[in-house]
Design a protein. Structure first.
Length: 429
């Protein structure tokens, strides 16, 4: 006999109200932000200034001249694009259709460009450098979003992404320092994430403990353990325990010479190239293989999957472990790809932003990548605008990624539906 958690029934009036809220929330938010962009970025600023974007770095093989655009006119046009997309979202909602993901991505890009045009008015920034910084900040978010997606596609909510990223960053740095080999440290990183994921899977899948509580406890545990070891070992004996170094950047011939795109995508460390492969494989495996079909069946209807002979809890257990390994790789990027050493709580909430990127990407690898890039760009704006001396307070720019997280989870990306039995244990007796 199978016991399966079910959702409480709702009255027709309540259900209609929930559907109405979910349907119209996105067009309303699009309209509000579009009007905000039109007034604040386009109409109110004074005219006559130019926004200049550099397209080439100093050592690029192909040098392109910077592009200058009229700040006021460009901001108004981009704001009108946002309002046009809001109207299209309204029409889609009126027809009872779901707002497509590409529409949300396009709206986000147009709004960010309108903001950037306004902020850069009268100054010049390097667009290539800004995109490089965006990708650098997005790499751990992408790995973390894939980690959460692997678990939630089977019905296991993974709040412990932050702890898995931090564990991967810690162990990769320590092992690389002790062994004197970055590759050994990189191999150790997924093992650290795997260990944290194993604890999560044991308590949530085997013993049916509340998934949210276990995830929060694991985050606190990893932060406490790594802080303690840092103060006792890594800090006083830095040369032995905390000097791993960084992977060098590798150029892909020909591709790295493509203007703008080449230096951003094809002049990166090995961890970034591994990320490209992982994203493609995750998308193919999830939507083009029998394994992916079983994973999605377990998250959507575990009872039917069990009837078909699929070991529901075994699939959940393995996917949580796989997600932990991916998060560990993302953590290695902090120490071996970016900073070159471990510092306490260096993930700085990246696990929670990755969770929001997964939701914003609608539990798909490609969607999570675009969402993570948007979060990375918002986080990178602080340094970009600081270079040109923008009057925008730095405290506001520090808040930008977290405000974006709130808006994303609140429904900025349209009506989203998680796997039907996400967060519910499957008890078979």
């Amino acid at each position: 006999m199978t016991q399966l958690a079910t959702r409480p029934a709702e009255s027709p009036d309540t259900e209609a109200a929930v559907v109405l809220t979910r349907h119209w929330r996105t067009p309303i938010m699009f309209g509000v932000f579009g009007l905000l962009a039109l007034v604040v970025f386009g109409i109110l600023p004074e005219g006559g200034r130019q926004s200049t974007y550099g397209l080439s770095l100093r050592d690029d093989a192909i040098q392109l001249a910077p592009i200058s655009v009229p700040s006021k006119l460009a901001a108004i046009l981009l704001a009108l694009v946002c309002l046009g997309l809001a109207c299209y979202a309204t029409w889609q909602t009126y027809l009872g259709r779901r707002v497509p993901l590409w529409l949300s991505i396009t709206f986000g890009v147009a709004f960010v460009l309108a903001f950037l045009t306004w902020a850069v008015a009268g100054s010049e920034i390097s667009l290539t450098s800004a995109l490089q910084g965006t990708l650098a900040l997005s790499v751990p978010l992408i790995f973390g979003a894939l980690c959460g997606m692997m678990g939630e596609r089977t019905g296991v909510i993974n709040i412990a992404i932050e702890g898995q990223l931090l564990a991967g960053a810690f162990l990769s740095g320590v092992v690389a320092s002790l062994v004197g080999n970055l590759w050994v440290g990189l191999i150790a990183a997924p093992l650290a994430g795997l260990l944290v994921a194993w604890v999560l899977a044991v308590f949530t899948v085997r013993y049916f403990v509340n998934q949210i509580i276990v995830g929060v406890v694991l985050n606190v545990l990893v932060i406490g353990v790594t802080n303690f070891l840092y103060s006792r070992l890594l800090s006083p004996m830095k040369d032995t325990w905390n000097s791993p170094g960084r992977f060098p950047r590798l150029e892909i011939p020909l591709l790295s010479e493509i203007p703008v795109i080449g230096p951003v995508l094809f002049h990166q460390t090995i961890i970034v190239y591994i990320m490209y492969v992982v994203v493609v494989l995750a998308h193919i495996a999830l939507f083009r293989t029998r394994w992916g079909l079983r994973v999605r069946a377990v998250g959507e209807h575990p009872e039917a999957a069990d009837t078909a002979g699929i070991q529901v809890n075994e699939v959940r257990f393995r996917n949580v472990l796989l997600g932990g390994a991916l998060a560990g790789l993302g953590g290695a990027y902090f120490t071996l790809g970016a900073v070159g050493l471990f510092s306490p709580e260096m993930t700085a909430g990246a696990g929670f932003i990755a969770l929001a990127a997964m939701i914003m990407g609608r539990w798909t690898p490609i969607g999570a990548v675009f969402a993570a890039l948007l979060f990375g760009f918002a986080n990178n704006l602080q340094s970009v605008l600081g270079i040109i001396g923008s009057p925008i307070p730095s405290e506001f720019m520090l808040m930008a990624p977290y405000l974006l997280t709130i808006f994303a989870v609140a429904g900025l990306v349209g009506r989203i539906r998680p796997p039907a039995f996400n967060g519910q244990p499957y008890i078979k007796s």
